[in-house]
Design a protein around this ligand. Structure first.
Ligand code: SAH
Length: 375
């Protein structure tokens, strides 16, 4: 953004109201000298009606709308690319004011539609099988940028005002780029906004946060956000998990499973999902399935087996169908639901672990462990 551009300076000076929680918006409006019910009206316009311009807020007096416009803005990320898979999955590349980019994916199914939301630009975790892990962390997303992903999906799906039924966007999974529990405050604020019944109105029961296992933040996630929890487990011994998910060296399996055992709000009706990526010859033996059953004992759990989604230069292969079926059967026989996640959007690199933005690539000069051509 050039500082010679007066419009750019103007935008920088105005405060974005998108991304403020309801309480923060009320405080901001109080400081601005507006009566409390104005905050509620603005909230409704922004999150129920998708208005991006104060001028359209017709139940506010015109001079008040003009004053708002001088001090504030209603930000929206720019969609710089949109792709649609053969199977109906859609992927959007979003660019923010500083030029950084993330991807967001919509996965339609017969009875629901799930939006896969990113929490960071890049990721610090370097999980060996994950494409995003080859991209360094650039920065955390702000609450506005997280909520903005939901809003732009609603834009693209034509779902304004927030529909009561037959929605195409019913569920949210925080399973996009980044580790949500390393960006806790923004994720918590964004989810409060998304869950608010007078706005986007997606209930916490329809939201799942997936973590690679940031143990000290798991209890806070349950207490302060209250969404469903998914754990990227992927291995049943510390030796294997240390390699696949290096965060395991900091928070090993026993500590992670202890945190799950006491996760607030989990019950047999509301189980913790354990994600397990199926990697040929690495973690997919019947003995490992039996060990998984042993580890999960006492935890209200279900298992999601994820066939490995390949990406250019990936060091692993997907397990065979037979190995996946045998693994699933062992879990099932022990009483666990263990569906195999159908890969969606593989043809547009929109499936689990395939997300990656190019925003760092162009700027990075020093080489990383994978050849540049593969990134
Ligand atoms: N950092 C969080 C959020 C990412 S969620 C976490 O680790 O849970 C993305 C999910 O897809 C995780 O379960 C991740 O382990 C899985 N995944 C990553 N790369 C994958 C790949 N290539 N194939 C299948 N699943 C993958």
């Amino acid at each position: 953004m050039s500082s010679a551009n007066p419009e750019a300076i103007d935008i920088m000076a105005r405060r974005d109201l998108v991304g403020l929680t309801r309480a923060e918006l009320a405080d901001e409006m109080a400081r601005f000298g507006a009566e409390p019910f104005r905050a509620r009206q603005i909230w409704h316009w922004v999150y129920h009606r998708e208005v991006t311009d104060f001028a359209a807020m017709t139940n506010l007096a015109k001079p008040f709308r003009e004053r708002l416009d001088e001090r504030y803005m209603l930000g929206r990320a720019q969609v710089t690319a949109a792709q649609a898979s053969r199977d109906g999955t859609r992927k959007w590349l979003l660019r923010f004011a500083d030029g950084q980019e993330v991807e967001t994916v919509h996965i339609p199914e017969a009875d629901r539609g799930t939006l896969c939301v990113s929490s960071q630009v890049g990721c610090t975790l370097t999980c060996r099988f994950c494409h995003t892990g080859t991209q360094r962390l650039v920065r955390n997303l702000g609450a506005a940028e997280i909520v903005g992903q939901v809003m732009l999906a609603r834009d693209a799906l034509g779902e304004w005002p927030s529909p009561q039924e037959d929605r195409q966007l019913t569920n949210i999974v925080l399973m996009g780029m980044g580790e949500p529990l390393y960006n806790f405050d923004s994720i918590a604020a964004a989810m409060k906004i998304v869950m608010d019944p007078e706005g986007l109105a997606i209930s916490r029961r329809k939201i799942t946060l997936s973590t690679a296992g940031v143990v000290p933040m798991i209890a806070r996630c349950g207490a302060e956000i209250g969404v469903n929890l998914a754990i990227s487990l992927h291995a049943v011994t510390n030796d294997v998990r240390d390699v696949l998910v290096p965060l395991n060296k900091k928070y090993p399996l026993a500590e992670l499973l202890d945190a799950c055992r006491v996760y607030p709000g989990s019950s047999n009706a509301r189980r913790i999902t354990f994600e397990y990526v199926m990697l040929k010859g690495i973690n997919d033996s019947p003995a490992e399935a039996r060990e998984l059953v042993r580890l999960l004992k006492g935890i209200p759990a279900k298992v999601n087996l994820i066939p490995f989604n390949p990406w250019p230069g990936a060091p692993y292969e997907c397990s065979t169908d037979a190995a996946i079926a045998a693994f699933s059967d062992i879990l099932f026989a022990a009483g666990y639901s263990a569906p195999v996640r159908t890969p969606r959007g593989r043809d547009i690199l929109a499936a689990c672990g395939q997300l990656k933005s190019d925003s760092v690539k162009a700027r990075r000069s020093e080489p990383r462990d994978a050849p540049a051509a593969l990134r």
